[in-house]
Design a protein around this ligand. Structure first.
Ligand SMILES: [Ca+2]
Length: 317
């Protein structure tokens, strides 16, 4: 590249597929690792570049290939595009404090100093008017409806645990599955949530493997059910919180082909990951995976007279 740019994504069309390779960018007088790819099987490999490095030089370092020769048909590079509008909408953010910075860039790719601003996104209003009517062993809760934009519904907790277990929603199909490896294209990660018991995701059998399900928006996940085709013995279930993966369940010495892992507490996350460590064979394989969302949806809450009151003029679901 003739000028330094922020990179957005890189697509490599392999002639002979590279299995292991690295993508590096030149910045600050050294090569910086952008991606460390292992076990690639794709002839067209796309890499989103999350780095905020500005670079004018890119290197693809091939470590291991399928054949004896190296070959790339095409490298397509997308650079971050500039906006010319004087506004930008950053939508659907969780409650929290966000730091924004704006810079200006000219035709020579010279960049201005940044102007920075902090914006605070508030959580929803606390539900009002909560009352409990106790009748023998039965407790009926009522509260007032909050009519505010984006409200999806209410969660009811008893002693810190979510109740309404009968109202679990199965949400795996709403997620985007991916795995750190697949045996071949017929065994890709999609096969674990296609609700066909004859199809399955299968790893390539080379060591620890991850299977990840990513959602467009965070959910309250309370359990993972799986039907294995290659039983995993030792594995961890993790969820993503910001930049971190947090372990919610550590499974050891499983021998069951069907497992139901209920979390000790529901997690609010947009990504669930299973880190497989050992199993019955060198492969890990899932026929079907189910994720349960503990959530008392607004519609259900309002259908149940005991659980809600107030006028509903429009449904938010
Ligand atoms: Ca399947």
């Amino acid at each position: 590249m003739s000028k330094e740019r922020y990179l957005d994504s890189l697509e490599i069309k392999w002639h002979s597929i590279a299995i292991d390779y690295q993508i590096l960018a030149w910045s600050g007088g050294q090569w910086n690792l952008l991606a460390d790819v292992k076990g690639n099987t794709q002839a067209i490999a796309r890499h989103d570049i999350a780095s905020d490095l500005k670079t004018d030089k890119l290197r693809i370092s091939i470590i291991k290939t399928t054949g004896t020769n190296y070959g790339i048909r095409e490298v397509v590079l997308d650079v971050e595009s500039l906006i010319t509008d004087l506004s930008y909408s950053d939508c659907a953010l969780r409650a929290g404090s966000y730091a924004y910075a704006i810079t200006a860039e000219n035709i020579l790719n010279c960049e201005s100093e940044a102007v920075v601003l902090q914006a605070v996104v508030d959580p929803p209003e606390t539900p009002n008017g909560l009352r409990a009517a106790v009748n023998g062993p039965d407790v009926s809760l009522t509260w007032e409806h909050n009519q505010e934009p984006g409200l999806l519904g209410y969660l009811v907790l008893r002693n810190g645990m979510i109740v309404n277990k009968e109202q679990l929603n199965e949400v795996a199909a709403e997620g985007h599955p991916s795995a750190s490896s697949q045996y071949n294209v017929n065994n890709n990660a999609d096969k674990a949530i296609d609700r066909d018991p004859n199809t399955f995701w299968r790893s390539d059998g080379k060591g620890p493997t991850t299977f990840t399900l990513k959602f467009d928006a965070p959910k309250v996940i309370s359990s993972v059910r799986m039907q294995y085709v290659y039983v995993a013995y030792d594995y961890q279930i993790l969820y993503r919180e910001g930049d971190k993966w947090i372990s919610i369940l550590d499974v050891q010495a499983n021998r069951q082909a069907e497992v139901n892992h209920e979390f000790s507490y529901p997690v609010w996350t947009d990504e669930i990951r299973i880190q497989f460590l050992s199993g019955a064979t060198q492969y890990f394989g899932i026929r079907e995976l189910y994720l349960e969302e503990s959530f008392l949806g607004l519609e259900k809450a309002l259908l149940d007279a005991e659980l809600s009151e107030g006028d509903l003029t429009s449904s938010t679901r």
